[in-house]
Design a protein around this ligand. Structure first.
Ligand code: GAR
Length: 200
């Protein structure tokens, strides 16, 4: 069975959705380790409560690659096949990407390439778009930029606040991250340039 490594920095609702999918047999993989760069991430607590190996590798004070070397070492020790960034609020280095080529996924709360970076839901509201959504994509060393696996669109309503829009997007995030992971672990896709297409 393929092994997942989950990286997070905060609340951990995407991690929990993935853990639920694993428990329910909706994902053909197991969670080998959960790592946070923030010692007080709620997601770490949630992971430990559920009995997962969950640890903090603090990022404060380390250069990007210097930090990533520590994370990569731990992921390799746990024989991780696929790295899933789940609210991991750091750019990864070219070194990290090179160690897990086409084996790092990220979820982002917008329809990329619109609104990369922080506060994507706020950016969407400010811009006045009528639809936003979420994206699962392969990670490269650029911000929210790699080939796109799955997107889900949600409407933006006139009375939306950042909170209401974020909640609508989040429920789609929880759905599509499981789908995207399955496409990768079941070898159902290949990458052609920027396009991710189904294998026959
Ligand atoms: C999610 O909305 C995720 O898409 C976003 O952070 C939130 C984490 O929530 N990620 C990014 O913005 C990455 N650029 P969670 O900790 O409850 O999963």
């Amino acid at each position: 069975m393929k092994k997942l490594g989950i990286l997070l920095s905060g609340r951990g609702s995407n991690f929990e959705a993935l853990a639920d999918s694993v428990d329910a047999g909706r994902i053909n993989a197991e969670i080998a380790i959960v790592i946070s760069n923030k010692p007080n991430a709620q997601g770490l607590e949630r992971a430990r409560e559920r009995g997962f190996e969950a640890e903090c590798i603090p990022s404060r004070g380390f250069g990007r690659e210097e930090y990533d070397r520590q994370v990569v070492q731990r992921l390799k020790e746990k024989c991780v096949d696929l790295v899933c960034l789940a609210g991991f609020m750091r750019l990864v280095s070219a070194y990290f990407v090179g160690e897990f080529p086409e084996r790092i996924l990220n979820i982002h709360p917008s329809l990329l390439p619109s609104f990369p970076g922080l506060d994507a839901q706020h950016q969407a509201l400010e811009h006045g778009v009528k639809f936003s959504g979420c994206t699962v994509h392969f990670v490269d060393e650029n911000l929210d930029a790699g080939p796109i696996l799955i997107q889900a669109a949600v409407p933006i309503l006139d009375n939306d606040t950042e909170e209401s829009l974020s909640a609508r997007i989040l429920s789609q995030e929880h759905r599509i991250y499981t789908e995207a992971i399955n496409l990768v672990v079941d070898d159902k896709i290949r990458i052609e340039g920027r396009r991710v297409v189904r294998t026959l």
